[in-house]
Design a binder for this molecule. Sequence first.
Ligand code: UD1
Length: 423
Amino acid sequence: MDKFVIEGPTPLKGTIPISGSKNAALPLMATAILGDSPTTITNVPKLRDVYTFNNVIRVTGTHVDFNEEEATLTIDPKHLSHLEAPYELVRKMRASFYMLGALVGKFGQAKVSLPGGCAWGPRPVDLHLDGMREMGVDIELDQGYVIASAPKQMKGGTFKLEPSSVGATINLVLASVLRAEEFTIKNAAREPDAVLLCETLSEMGANIEGIGTDTLTIRGVDSLSGIEVRNASDRIETGTFMIAAAMHPESDVTITNADVDDLGHFPETFRKTGVDMTIEDSTIHIKAPDTINPTSIKTKVYPGFPTDLQAQWSTMMTQAEGSCSVTDTIYDDRFSYVPEVTRLGADMDVEQNTVHIKGKTPLKGASVMSTDLRASVSLVLAGMVAKGTTDVLRIYHLDRGYEDLEQKLRNVGANIKRVDQDA
Ligand code: UD1
């Protein structure tokens, strides 16, 4: 198992290119299954979750070709015949559950493992299943598997997502585009990943009304054809590097290849910290402030503050001059990084779904443990401003979601290396 060894503090200076988005790529990959011909997705990141999903798709007999040099993935569903997503793979990554919508949508049959829990508490799939039932899919649960079957033509209906859910929106769209007479999703996710999925399906021939709004109406079509589609740039990676650039007063960073329109209200909120930021097309230039203004946030659905940047934001706020609080309204229990950042010297206190942070506290290097993807990257951010050596253990979480993280950070001056933690 690998760990990162970080020597700090170091300012970051230079250019960081943003990779393709993990959370946008996975639904596009599921979409490819619905086509009658191959689909090519460009700007695909080399991440563990992408490799895992490639394998999930391959189990079905689908041909998947990942040209890593070109960051291009070609998916040909011609020989798809095995309508199953097994537990051994689904347990590694929740998004494998998109196979339920894709398989039942295309073939009217699927056997897909329930995804199980995750590092920050239970993450149910009740909305995915109830929505499909409303649509007309017959759903049974058997030994940890969802067994789904649907007639060639389902009547459809209306289903309201409470709360709004990215994954359920994606699964319900996948299940309905080829089979439901008319299906309406209310309070649908407006996250860019769900919007890109709908736009892509429309280009393949689907009939989806209301794309980009919170009400989607899907009218089933007879067939969809494969296309070439560009995957979005990763908005969470972009936000993470924006935060990294603000944390050391001498940092001066240019972020390139960003899809700025996918950031929602985040840049406005980020400006409140006192950073000097200019945005031009896909380039964001950030000069860190001398002192960071304490800035309280609450996570919300898009275009509000993303829960996937909550841990990074709190970590930045340990370096702000004063107190603030960070509340996660999407997940109650996503604070596993707090005891770890506290080990480095932060003053943070969790009360229900809020962390209260008192800054500015000097951070000092220590060994810390990654618990999930976004928690792990916040430990890296903390390590880069902490004095001395920080060991971030169990970084395999990071390989799920940040392409070439240490290389990108080293290129802008961070002193970070990957070593075998058991050596
Ligand atoms: C996706 C993202 C994840 C992000 C999250 C919220 C991917 C692969 N993952 O996860 O990085 O943190 O959106 O932006 O894109 N809920 C239910 N029942 C359900 C489904 C969800 O109650 O059946 C709840 C969840 O517990 C949570 C809320 O809905 O409180 C939002 O979750 P959801 O949008 O579904 O998250 P994911 O799609 O799993």
